[in-house]
Design a protein around this ligand. Sequence first.
Ligand code: NDP
Ligand code: HSE
Length: 449
Amino acid sequence: MIDYRTLRIALLGAGSVGSQVATLLLEHSDELAQRVGARLVLSGIAVRDLETDRGPGVPRELLTTDAEELIVGSDIVIELMGGITPAREYILLALRSGADVITGNKALLATHGPELFDLAQQVGAQLYYEAAVGGAIPIIRPLRDSLAGDRVQRILGIVNGTTNYILDRMDRGGDDLESALAAATELGYAEADPTGDIEGYDAAQKAAILAGLAFHTTVPIASVYREGITGVRAEDVEAARKAGYVVKLLAICERITDPETGSEGVSARVYPALIPRDHPLAAVRGANNAVFVEAEAAGSLMFYGAGAGGRETASAVLGDLVSAARRHVIGGPGVAESTQADLPVFDIGKVSTRYRVSLSVADRPGVLAQIARIFSDHGVSVEAVEQSVPNAPSAGIDAAERRSGVEGTATLVIGTHTATEAALSATVAALAGSESVVAVQSVLRVEGE
Ligand code: NDP
Ligand code: HSE
């Protein structure tokens, strides 16, 4: 039997992911020792409540409520508590104590990443975070290492399982948002408070992390444009399907050029978008995640799999653990964060894409010409117009209809050529103020063409 040296591993958190990390670490102890060249000894697991039953894989005698005592003296600290406080303080303490740190905490990285990476660099420690984006899917390491010699142009990511499940259900089953969300909650995908998922905050945190890595630039969470899926109607999903698209909540990280100055910058944004049904991302069903990367030399790559789940995410954490442990055995500087490109992060107004604008309009002669005029006045070129059968006059004619002196309305869906967000939002404001427009029902961007 080989007499391996030992590395002390501190685990902070034994919830969905932490309990699986502990279980797998203990189960595969011999195999991991052979792979690493050192025995990984789980020295303790910090939790809040010592009485909670965490299953047979989590030995009670390892539990402690004294996280700080556990951290100091450890070689590697795995933070799986989530949240900002005290996770941030514990990670800072771990780094200052000379430990490498592994975390899956996207909220913390998206808000305090630079502080943590700076300290790690100062003290010569490593910060690993494969689990923070896409759960089990390897995407951090490919962006940081495998594609380090290439130039990433764009990332389109389905990085939130809850919203993908909801939109997929709306697409396949014709559900409305409320019933799809209720199903997601029942299956345990959505949190008790699903705001972070359906309003796009979770995806925005992941977009900030991916954009920073892809473009070697610090991307603050405040500079990520965000729209959630709460405005997506069953009718939009149905119309998209008929037009050959599927609606997905996308995290988009893109190298773009300032339309006014021609200078290079980046955009990070999250919104529900239409993607062609033959795009690889359209096949990402249920609560799965996928990250589609377009790089100058590598071309298009897609990373696909389980974006969440305790055991699945534990796989990513253990991969980081093996990397960190090997560095302790072999030595060397390890991987460094790279932000040297320092590109400006552009406002959403500078982004260009195509759009489909759905309008309820007065059904009378001349309306189409007026609407086309509004688009052209704002420099937005119309590509296609679809008009549905006019809506029958209803008993409850609303104020806008009375204003336009008509009894019926029709639905117009206007597809545009590529235009900037600034031009499109000015167009939408003008449409909303037009007497011919009863309501701007939805505006969806078209991506992935
Ligand atoms: P859970 O809420 O299931 O578990 C959190 C754990 O941290 C619990 O064991 C809790 O203890 C412990 N904890 C919380 N605060 C403290 C504290 N102040 N002191 C000591 N222990 C504390 O979280 P998850 O396992 O779901 O997530 C962990 C991290 O992984 C998060 O950052 C999350 O974003 C990330 N992640 C999660 C994924 C998933 O599928 N769940 C997927 C990808 C990333 P106690 O049990 O006693 O309350
Ligand atoms: N709430 C997240 C999701 C969990 O639905 O994808 C993984 O980050």
